[in-house]
Design a protein around this ligand. Structure first.
Ligand code: MTE
Ligand code: MO
Length: 386
């Protein structure tokens, strides 16, 4: 940061003499966001939506300045001194907690993965509406905060409680069909059983630092095992309901079709599907023939564990097991590698496939009932062997 020179201070002197209100108006707006890695892929300028370039992955943890950003509405300005989290609705003991009070509660630090339900949308054929995410709307970070379950315990959830709605401070209106009913907050619910689980925390720190504005400062939910839309940022209200919530972001949006007795029904998107992504080589990278190349990637799944990752160097005819590396941390991705010695020269389709310990694996073909979400069908990385 540059310090003001004496000249700057002298020039500013007349301003300092102005009444406080006028002075505030003349000052530049405070920085609204943290600096990000220059290699971030900008998927939208306003609101800012940034993709992590997965090829730069070197460790299991993604540094905060490279962690993807997904925001539906303009970033809200949350006044930190007046900030309060309220816990209301179907509870015996409604709460209103300041940030200091929240930080004094017993906290946990744990790594958790976030994946946007639209990650990989750029690979859909035909092209789908929405942000055209490639491989990098996903990341694992270390989060510090209070388990949501502990807060619900303090609020004494009444019997008959069914769901917990998490409400963000951000607001906006979506005009595209289906439109929102005017201006709404971003909100999302969790069934009470999920809300009470250890992997659901209200985080005030990310990778050992206070949350940055774009990642939801001062407080956000992190819902391990579920797609990112459940991890509500800029959290201000927790509303306990005695019935299921049917908010915009779990009906009109972030939903899919499930066929029951041949009848399609709307379901809210919840658990992450298994997926393996190849970080290196990247698309159209030149790979030498006849020499081992270390293919490197990550694999993850939602409410299960990664059991195996397989790699195919011939477009999916033959598969070989990759080596899972690093620690097996719950609700995180697993790094993997594979020594690949390509023989045939020319364009080759390299594929990776994850299977979890519940037997779920990646489909070969895209299921259109998933609309433009939960994208985990096999997508090759085309490389040039020469
Ligand atoms: N309040 C609020 N919370 C939000 C969102 C949002 O737009 N507003 N986007 C959600 C979506 S869709 C995702 S994928 C994650 C992304 O979190 P990140 O920006 O920290 O990567 O935040 C979720 N929480
Ligand atoms: Mo998302």
């Amino acid at each position: 940061m540059s310090h003001p020179s004496r000249r700057d201070l002298l020039r500013a002197a007349p301003l300092l003499a102005l009444p406080a209100v006028a002075r505030a108006a003349q000052q530049p707006a405070p920085p609204t966001d943290h600096p990000t890695y220059p290699g971030m892929i900008v998927r939208m300028e306003q609101p800012r939506n940034l993709e992590f370039p997965l090829s730069t992955l070197s460790d299991w943890k993604v540094p905060t300045d490279r962690f993807f950003v997904r925001s539906h509405f303009a970033m809200p300005k949350v006044d930190l001194t007046g900030y309060k989290l309220t816990v209301e609705g179907h509870v015996e003991n409604p709460l209103s907690l300041t940030l200091d009070e929240l930080k004094k509660l017993p906290s946990v630090t744990r790594p958790l993965l976030l994946e946007c339900a639209g990650n990989g949308r750029v690979f859909l054929v035909p092209q789908a509406r929405g942000l055209q995410w490639g491989l990098g709307a996903v990341g694992t970070a270390e989060w510090t905060g209070v388990p949501l379950g502990a807060i619900l315990e303090r609020a004494k959830v009444k019997t008959g409680a069914a769901e917990v709605v998490l409400v963000g401070a951000d607001t906006g209106a979506i005009a595209a069909d289906p439109a929102t009913p005017g201006t709404i907050h971003f909100d999302r619910s969790l069934p009470l059983e999920k809300a009470k689980r250890d992997e659901v925390i209200l985080a005030h720190a990310m990778n050992g630092e206070p949350l940055t504005p774009s990642h939801g400062a001062p407080l956000r939910a992190v819902v391990g095992g579920w797609y990112g839309m459940a991890s509500v940022k800029w959290l201000t209200r927790v509303v306990v309901l005695d019935r299921p919530h049917a908010g915009y972001f779990q009906t009109m949006d972030y939903s899919y079709w499930e066929r029951k007795n041949g009848l399609p029904e709307v379901r809210m998107i919840t658990a992450i599907q298994p997926k393996a992504s190849i970080a290196r080589p990247t698309t159209h990278e030149a790979v030498p023939a006849g020499k081992p190349y270390r293919v490197f990637g990550v694999a993850w799944t939602g409410e299960a564990k990664v059991a195996k990752v397989e790699v195919s160097g011939d477009g999916g005819k033959a598969w070989s097991a990759a080596k899972l590396t690093g620690d097996d941390k719950p609700f995180c991705w697993r790094t993997w590698e594979f020594d690949w010695t390509p023989s045939a020269r020319g364009l080759v389709n390299l594929l990776a496939r994850c299977t979890d310990d519940k037997g779920a694996t990646q489909p070969e073909k895209r299921d259109p009932d998933r609309r433009s979400y939960m994208i985990n069908h096999l997508v090759p990385v085309e490389v040039m062997v020469r």
